[in-house]
Design a protein around this ligand. Structure first.
Ligand code: ZN
Length: 663
């Protein structure tokens, strides 16, 4: 393991350097001048690149979260100037000493704990010119969490279990691994991770990667974990408690679930489909990027910690009691292993990349197990929740770089639900084959690295040969959604028959949202004879009329078709009955039907008259056009006996209607 560990170091170093040079070089000068630490919502290139973390943590009082610990951070100087500094974050714990390549060095605190970038800095000793550096920080104290009304990120002791979650909802610094381990706590700098946990005998210690109980000494057990692929610090976790280990087989690697003994029955049910899930995601997203995968049940969650998901315990029971073995949350968190963990946002403006894809993965998992109709239904459920519950709470915010203060947060639900709908529309726009192959290729290209919205966009543009600027502008960068008004232009005939002339679609958005272009509008028409027309039209303006060939219909449904679910709000749905609307038109002078010879005298000369005669089922039985006529004569010999409706249309306007009975 140690050899591999070292080898990975070298490899990573190269990968990271290439990554930095290619992707970020253009920002280098600008950022250099600022010479500052990255903020949660702004990546700033640093002079250093962390290669690995190796914390050694002694849990001296578990209920009180007390530790004595040290962390060795290995990093490389990408460039070193007189002003170069190494930064690390740590909250709520006391630093005893800091060593730079084994030499005791001073450190400075920068900012206070109210600051989003509260951190410590070390100036490298002038005489130590080594490129690769080990900084060892010795620290102790009682671990804390983000606090506040809805404390989530950080360390908790609940239900006799001590555990850590790597992000917070309502703090201004997002990453919360700094509540238990000094680290450069920003998603842009991914590193390897190995950890030694010393805990009283009898406890199980669970963390990221592959680990085991290594030794026991004087009632203290040493558990060692290591992750052989880079990890963003916010994806680190540890859990200490009394757990049973359940193993689920059927995929390339076994899936481990850690549950308290009283939770094993429910867990066996709730996680039984996870091997199939892993096989499915491997099929669509490419090979699983890590060596292990597990879930650990905790009182708070769920969090996609790399290879060891903190799973919200109450959900296991909900899943079990409702006999819902789909376990969408297990699918959501599993998909994050590719989308978020293997490919990680450069900073938290791009959090939607993680959450929209993971939420969309829930729908895809449903599609895999239950079919495309279930997928569409799941997408519709998400849209309904978005409009009904989320918008009233969070307001109208974009997917990218959204506001974070209450009532939104670092993880507003908008980016989950709206995001899933947007990805469904991207899939529809590109087609299944291009969408899925591009996504797989993207995940492979950026494996273990960072990405951003712009990188994703340009990758998809390159692989689909489509310009996606408008798509990303209207759906990702801007807030809002299309508000649609529908008008059906029909004739309502006797016996409740309805003839559809056309469907008018109008987009009436608030002016600052602009018009949504290339908007897929799904129209489903149930005809009187039972046939169904299921079509999608692309809307590119504020109004669009779709003509239909005067078909008898039962119903017309919008956005309920079998191809795509569009994020849109149906504001109004009107039926415009042309017959009744025009009932006050002047009556003709004369109407005569004699032995099937019909004559109609109109009040004035008409340049074009379109005559249509419908049978009692609403089918067009007779149709003829007349030009420059005041008198119309037709012979209806060929029509069967029965009840008919006559209509005369001039320039699209109904000018006359009457009902006749042919003997
Ligand atoms: Zn998620």
């Amino acid at each position: 393991m140690k050899n591999f560990y070292k080898k990975s170091f070298t490899l990573l170093c190269i990968v990271f350097l290439i990554n930095h040079i290619n992707t970020f070089a253009k920002n280098d000068n600008q950022n250099k001048l600022q010479s500052a630490i990255s903020t949660p919502t702004k990546f700033i290139q640093q002079d250093f690149d962390v290669l690995s973390y190796y914390p050694k943590i002694h849990f001296v009082d578990i209920p009180n979260k007390k530790i004595n610990a040290e962390n060795t951070i290995t990093f490389v100087w990408l460039m070193r100037t007189d002003t170069s500094k190494f930064y690390f974050h740590l909250r709520g714990l006391s630093i005893d000493s800091v060593f730079y390549n084994n030499k005791l060095v001073p450190y400075n605190k920068v900012g206070d704990t109210t600051s989003a970038t509260y951190h410590f800095e070390i100036t490298p000793p002038k005489l130590d010119l080594a490129d690769t550096v080990q900084v060892r920080i010795v620290y102790h104290g009682s671990m804390t969490n983000e606090g506040g009304v809805q404390a989530w990120g950080g360390v908790h002791y609940q239900d006799t279990t001590l555990f850590a979650l790597g992000v917070g909802f309502l703090n201004n610094y997002v990453c919360t691994t700094e509540h238990w381990m000094p680290c450069y706590d920003h998603p842009s700098d991914k590193a390897l991770f190995q950890a030694d946990f010393y805990a009283p005998e009898g406890y199980t210690v669970i963390s990221n990667g592959i680990g085991s109980l290594v030794s026991k000494n004087n009632g203290i057990s040493l558990w060692r974990y290591s992750l052989n692929e880079p990890v963003a610090t916010y994806l680190l976790t540890f859990v200490i408690g009394n757990f049973e280990k359940l193993t689920f087989t059927g995929a390339n690697i076994p899936i481990i679930v850690y549950a308290n003994s009283q939770d094993t029955t429910a867990s066996n049910y709730a996680f039984k489909k996870t091997p199939e899930m892993l096989n499915y995601f491997t099929e669509i997203y490419g090979n699983y990027p890590f060596e292990s995968l597990g879930y650990v049940l905790t009182k708070l969650g769920s969090m996609e910690s790399q290879t060891m998901i903190n799973f919200f315990k109450p959900l296991v029971f909900a899943t079990y009691s409702q006999k819902d073995s789909m376990n969408l949350t297990a699918a959501h968190e599993m998909s994050h292993q590719w989308l978020g963990n293997s490919v990680t946002p450069l900073d938290f403006r791009d959090t939607w990349l993680n959450e929209s894809f993971a939420t969309y993965s829930e729908s895809l998992w449903k599609e895999h197990v239950l079919g495309f109709q279930s997928y569409l239904l799941e997408q519709e459920n998400k849209m309904t929740k978005y409009f009904k519950n989320i918008v009233p709470l969070e307001g109208i915010i974009p997917l990218y770089d959204y506001p974070r203060t209450s009532a939104t947060s670092n993880y507003p639900t908008t980016i989950y639900y709206k995001g899933a709908l947007v990805l469904g529309m991207l899939r529809f726009k590109l087609g299944d084959s291009v969408f899925f192959s591009t996504l797989k290729s993207y995940l492979n290209t950026y494996q273990y690295q960072n990405s951003s919205t712009e990188l994703l966009k340009s990758f998809f543009e390159e692989h689909s040969s489509q310009n996606l600027t408008q798509f990303f502008d209207q759906w990702v960068y801007k807030a809002g959604w299309p508000k649609i008004d529908i008008t059906l232009n029909v004739d309502e005939l006797p016996n409740n028959k309805t003839i559809l002339h056309s469907v008018l679609i109008e987009q009436n958005n608030p002016s600052d949202w602009g018009l949504f272009l290339d908007l897929p509008i799904s129209i489903t028409i149930k005809q009187s004879d039972g046939n169904i027309i299921d079509t999608v039209v692309a809307m590119n303006g504020n109004a669009l009329t779709i003509p239909f060939n005067d078909i008898p219909i039962d119903t017309v449904l919008i956005n309920k078709g079998n191809k795509v679910k569009t994020l849109m709000q149906l504001q109004s749905y009107k039926i415009n009955n042309l017959l009744s609307v025009q009932s006050n038109v002047p009556k003709p002078i004369h109407f005569n039907l004699y032995e099937r010879n019909l004559s109609i005298s109109l009040p004035e000369m008409n340049d074009e008259i379109q005559m249509r005669i419908y049978d009692y089922l609403g089918r067009v039985s007779f149709s003829e056009n007349f030009y420059d006529k005041q008198e119309i004569f037709v012979n209806l010999q060929k029509l069967n006996q029965g009840f008919y409706t006559i209509t005369l249309i001039n320039k699209g306007i109904l000018i006359y209607t009457n009902k006749i009975i042919l003997q």
